[in-house]
Ligand binder design. Structure first.
Ligand code: HEC
Length: 146
């Protein structure tokens, strides 16, 4: 019976389009998070910054997420947070699919959110950092001479 087979194959493009739509909300949200500007929302505590800027990708429980071709690492039980310099570096400079926040978040906001992820989600690091620690790690401002 060739007729039913023909009908099924005509449905395929519709099914494919539906799958694309199902995958797109995560990507849309990631783009929106990347456009957060420190000036548009008064965020001071690390928890505020995390909620507004980071959790769209890294998830409210800090366990990260995987899917739609992306991988957002977990902070829960992540040994790479042992050295505070690493998360500061990643937030300032970006890393792979993560946008950079140098100039979008203040040094204080970055220090607070790094302290927040290092003391939340089951992490208990005690060597908290200050805005001056973030300033010390910033890449040099381009002079336009090279
Ligand atoms: C647009 C999505 C997105 C946002 C927003 C985002 N991240 Fe990320 N982040 C990522 C991705 C993707 C990676 C993994 C990059 C890779 O491995 O290539 C990552 C990696 C990291 C890492 C390194 C983890 C590891 O195991 O190496 C840290 C630390 C981090 N992010 C902190 C933050 C903090 C703090 C914020 C909020 C200020 C934030 N991220 C906001 C997507 C995001």
């Amino acid at each position: 019976m060739p007729a039913p087979l023909f009908r099924t194959s005509r449905l395929l493009p519709i099914v494919a389009a539906a799958l694309c739509l199902a995958a797109s909300p995560r990507l849309a949200r990631a783009d929106a998070a990347a456009n957060v500007d420190a000036k548009s929302a008064p965020m001071t505590t690390g928890a505020d910054v995390y909620r507004h800027v980071c959790q769209g990708c890294h998830m409210p429980d800090g366990k990260g997420a995987e899917g739609a071709g992306a991988r957002f690492p977990a902070f829960a039980g992540n040994p790479k947070l042992a050295d505070s310099g690493y998360p500061v570096y990643v937030v300032l400079n970006g890393f792979g699919g993560m946008p950079w926040f140098n100039g979008r978040l203040t040094d204080e906001q970055i220090a607070n959110v790094v302290n927040y992820i290092r003391t939340s989600f089951g992490n208990h690091y005690t060597d908290l950092i200050k805005a001056s620690d973030v300033a010390g790690q910033k890449p040099p401002v381009p002079t336009g001479e090279d």
